[in-house]
Design a protein around this ligand. Sequence first.
Ligand code: ADP
Ligand code: ZN
Length: 778
Amino acid sequence: MRELFPESGQVTTASARAAGSAGEAGALGAGGRAVSVAVAANVWRTFDYLWPEVLREPAPARASLEPQPRPPVEPQRGQRVRVPFGRGNRMTLGFITDTQPAPGTRELKAVAELLDTASQFDETLWKLGEWISQYYLTPLGIVLAAMVPSAVGRRRPQSEAAAFLTSRRADWPASLGARQKRLLDELHEAARQGIEPLPVEGLLRHSGAVRASLRGLADRGLIRLETRPIQLGTTDRHVEEDPFPLNAEQQAVMKAMEGKLSGGFSTTLLYGVTGSGKTEVYVRAIRQVVAAGKQAILLAPEIALATQTLTRLLKRLPRVAVLHSALGAAERAFYYQQIRDGQAAVVVGPRSAVFAPARRLGLIIVDEEHEPTYKQDNAPRYHARDVAVMRGALCGVPVMLGSATPSLESLRNVQLKRYEMLRLPRRVRGLPMPTLQVVHLRRELQPGRIELIGRTLTLKIAAALDRRQQVILLMNRRGYASYVFCPSCRWMLTCDHCTRAMVFHQATQLVMCHYCQHTALLPQRCPACGRKLLLFGMGIQRIESELLRKFPAARVARMDSDTMTSPRQFRKVLDGFAEGAIDVLLGTQMVAKGLDFPRVSLVGVVSADTSLAIPDFRASERTFQLVVQVAGRAGRSDLPGEVVVQTLHPEEPAIRFAAAQDYDSFAAWELPHRLETNLPPYSRMARFVVRHGDPLKAQAACETLAERIAPLLADERVVVIGPQPAIVRKIKNLFRFQLLLVCAKPFAIQQKLHPAFESLCRNLGAEVTADVDPVVLL
Ligand code: ADP
Ligand code: ZN
């Protein structure tokens, strides 16, 4: 028999070997109990396990060495357990959903380990988990596992390995590998920011290096590795005074919020133009709730969490726990404990922070609610904004959604009176909105040269640099989007059916229209002048070299997912930009979000067409949002802001309305199209993707799935699109077929499909993923 009891308050890892070794079926006498467990695996029903009576409360802190008789732990719904699962009896995480007397007749496997002394879920979080499982068609165990970080409650390790930099940059040998170099860079950068040493766990994760590389560096004497006690951050900080009074419009918003903030469920959409002082409204609202003894959750896109706006925000809020992705497991668990205990009053984090176990929740805010990154792209595929609203409803607390470009879904909810809209129509301190100029890229380029930064933008960059002001350039690269172009006569391949630029696909060697899906062979020569054609990829790296060629003296930083491998690197670039050590910040959509730099006077959108070309009904909406958001980075202080938008489709409404920064007109133009075509926000979608290494099998499985689904939905007015090949036909050698269900009533599909899901997928011989309210249709 073996019992492991950690210190008090921590988790029990009471091993249940006594009741028959794990995996063996334990026979049970009268009076025994069983529990139903939702395992964190792709299975839809719960499994019953024997509840061994040796799983006991953890020992008190100063337990005497004599074993004290302790009462057995009552199994509780929501406690985490480890259970032998499947044919191999692999130890799998699970959650107790129910308890009952054990059946005398059946042989059950026994719970192997109890991970929690108490449930991880209070009533509302549990209900939220059940709702997510139903709504997003995901097994409950997978949902619950996503709601609690795995390290929570685990016995906190007392020490961790840490790396110190012991060499100077000049001493680094040239022979180092790329990963080792990255490790050293990371350490160097952290030291420069006054952070030393770095925990090895995070260092390896961010650099993609393996332990051996690190040891290699230590052997060469370039770094030192050491085990040291874990130091945890604290949520206690001095709170700064309000730096300025709210302006009249902000006051009006606060007044409208006043009644709501004192309690009860409500959803408010704060539509405020860029630089209108939304963040300041969040601060005041949060403070009000905290002053009343309650907790608040502020969700922000991951990238915004690395910006100075966050730093500024933190100075103004009391007892904040920031749950960013760079946290180590121990730190994350620590903050969860602080939130649960109420020591942390404010939680700031990306989408998963919507599950923070705040027991005295009083407010949820979702900043940049239109951001597609709020949708998780693996199971459970939840949308954090919608989960936030649901949590608000379950807990009876107000929810605030903020954006300069609200999603059409949220706007529709305003029209349906589910949300109330409040506006901040002007920038603070009477600052003007930036002026936008749309330029036609084809007219901007000199014949015979392949350039992506046209004449107007080039001149304006030069002028801004002359004035010692800063520039942000957006290049939202789509890896596969290359256009077919004649450098001699500037002819461009466009679709016969839609007159839009065709895109060359490497994989198929065909050109394709992303609007009507028309495909064609790549022409050999330019039909206009007979000369050789060029494919030009609009990649961000090309822009970078073009910038360096045109402005050799400019200090350029590139910010994309290739260069930003850790939050610290992100910080480094943003700090450099803030300090004026960088003149031009070139980036993907990362640069569109939440940056607030007073010396930025020019913003350039290198190609507004990259997002317009996504084969998705939301392409226009995305383009509009992206252009307006990035334009909002200009002119945020007394410097007037200028924005140049380069495009091949200047007549495109999304671009015209973005240029006028006219959200209302954009919505008025786009919504009727969605209504006509029965697309969200006028309908709901559920997408099923079936994958198999053999395309015929993938197709057959998708057809079977469609046949099985059809009778279930016979009574609903559901439009079924497909089976059809997904736009990205093959990922990682698996062929993908999709089925799209469109229905008017939310939830109608799920109520029918959820109980049947397991049988729908049975013996399909292919993998199926369900995505409800998909934001990506590739
Ligand atoms: P948004 O989130 O709407 O883009 P912010 O809240 O970041 O706007 O505000 C933009 C800038 O204006 C920030 O630097 C902020 O400190 C400042 N600001 C906000 N409210 C006021 C105010 N009432 N008076 C003066 N400055 C303000
Ligand atoms: Zn077309």
